[in-house]
Ligand binder design. Structure first.
Ligand SMILES: C[S@@+](CC[C@H](N)C(=O)[O-])C[C@H]1O[C@@H](n2cnc3c(N)ncnc32)[C@H](O)[C@@H]1O
Length: 382
């Protein structure tokens, strides 16, 4: 039988070959931390070909469980905010709410954070505690603070961490507020996505310190950004590429749609930019910048599938209908014209040569967050 030490070494080798693991100190951490201790409650695996995805529990008693703990895969550990693997017999069809992130991404993020010895670090999204354990191994428990919004998840992580001999400062709370008491930090890292980098993180990071987080949106495009905090309290940085996505911070989950507006009672016009433009990850990110609070839904109406973008809070919406080939009509309603904004931002990005996300820059200041691409012109909103 393969020992877990061998599995850890194999994982470290695989992560190094893939380019995620780049330094000796993080290799040491990967080879030391037993991931299975953070998955003692089991995990959920997706049921093949299920749409929407159904999940089935895999418990530690299952054949091959230990080997699966060392696959470079995200392993879902909680569904619908409360359900853990032992609660389910059969399958469950709800959204994941906590997981052990794929080790390749955890390690890549720890490397990208450019951590140095003796630095104080704040992690947002403790989850199973696996990524926290790697930080403890690298820096020592006393320099690591990790915030988790869900008390049950945090308690399980605490038990797993202490079974491995780690006792970092674990805080239960909304990580969007950071953790004032433990600051100032040299590094802040988040394993849940955010719509905007919170001001609190900047305030709790010392000048010269770095923040690493995935900026997401409700059109479900996202990217990892690394920012440096400056003496004046602002922060600037770049997106790092790789189409990184995370579950959104819980207070920022999409709001309920409520009653849909009358989608025929708007201003109609032809458009050449159709819903299919949003299939592209970067174009969708650019659209999201122009319509930061819009959600996208598909509606079967009058024998065809229409796409609706709707900003519930602002009450503004756009309904796209394919008129044939690449001809579309858009019907828009509410206080402003959502699709006009999306069209304009995508047109400007294309005119600028459609640069990839790893060329985008991000600034956070008193006026909030601004994201730009290489032409230097601001990409509206965000
Ligand atoms: C992808 S999991 C974290 C994975 C974890 N780093 C690991 O290695 O197991 C994301 C976690 O963020 C937590 N979370 C979501 N919103 C949060 C918030 N506002 N503050 C703190 N934690 C949050 C979720 O409950 C979930 O446990």
């Amino acid at each position: 039988m393969t020992t877990d030490a061998t599995l850890r070494r194999r994982l470290a080798n695989a992560l190094a070959t893939a380019g995620h693991l780049r330094t000796e100190s993080w290799r040491h951490a990967v080879e030391a931390v037993p991931r299975q201790e953070f998955l003692r409650g089991g995990f959920f695996e997706p049921v093949a070909d299920s749409v929407p995805t159904a999940w089935r529990p895999v418990l530690p008693e299952a054949d091959g469980w230990l080997e699966r703990c060392y696959a470079d895969e995200s392993l879902v550990t909680q569904i619908a905010g409360t359900i853990v693997p032992r609660d389910v017999r059969g399958e469950i069809l709800r959204a994941p709410t906590s997981s052990s992130t794929m080790p390749g991404l955890v390690v890549r993020m720890h490397e990208d954070l450019q951590v140095e010895s003796r630095q104080r670090i704040l992690e947002i999204g403790t989850g199973t505690g696996y990524s926290t354990a790697l930080l403890c191994n690298r820096l020592g428990d006393e320099l690591v603070t990790s915030v988790e919004v869900d008390p049950e998840v945090s308690l399980r992580a605490r038990n797993a961490l202490s079974s491995c001999g780690y006792q970092p400062d674990l805080v239960v709370g909304d990580g969007l507020l950071g953790h004032q008491d433990g600051g100032p930090y040299d590094r802040v890292t988040a394993t849940c996505g955010v719509l905007e980098i919170p001001r609190e993180w900047l305030e709790q990071t010392r000048p010269g310190g770095k923040i690493l987080a995935t900026v997401c949106g409700w059109l479900y495009s996202s990217e990892l950004a690394r920012l440096t905090v400056h003496e004046d309290g602002t922060a600037t940085g770049r997106f790092l590429g790789g189409q990184v996505s995370f579950m959104l911070a819980r207070p920022q989950l999409t709001p309920l749609l409520g009653l849909l507006p009358d989608l025929d009672a708007g201003e109609e016009r032809p458009t050449t930019l159709g819903n299919d433009a949003l299939d592209d990850w970067t174009a969708r990110f650019v659209a999201q910048l122009a319509a930061p609070r819009a959600q996208r839904i598909t509606l079967a109406r009058d024998g065809r599938n229409d796409t609706v973008l709707i900003d519930v809070e602002a009450g503004t919406w756009a309904c796209l209908t394919q008129a044939g080939g690449d001809r579309w009509t858009v019907c828009q309603g509410g206080p402003d014209r959502l699709w006009d904004r999306v069209e304009e931002n995508i047109a400007r990005w294309r005119t600028d040569g459609a640069p990839p996300l790893d060329q985008f820059e991000i600034t956070v200041g008193p006026e909030g967050q601004t994201i730009t691409w290489p032409s230097g012109r601001p990409a509206s909103g965000a």
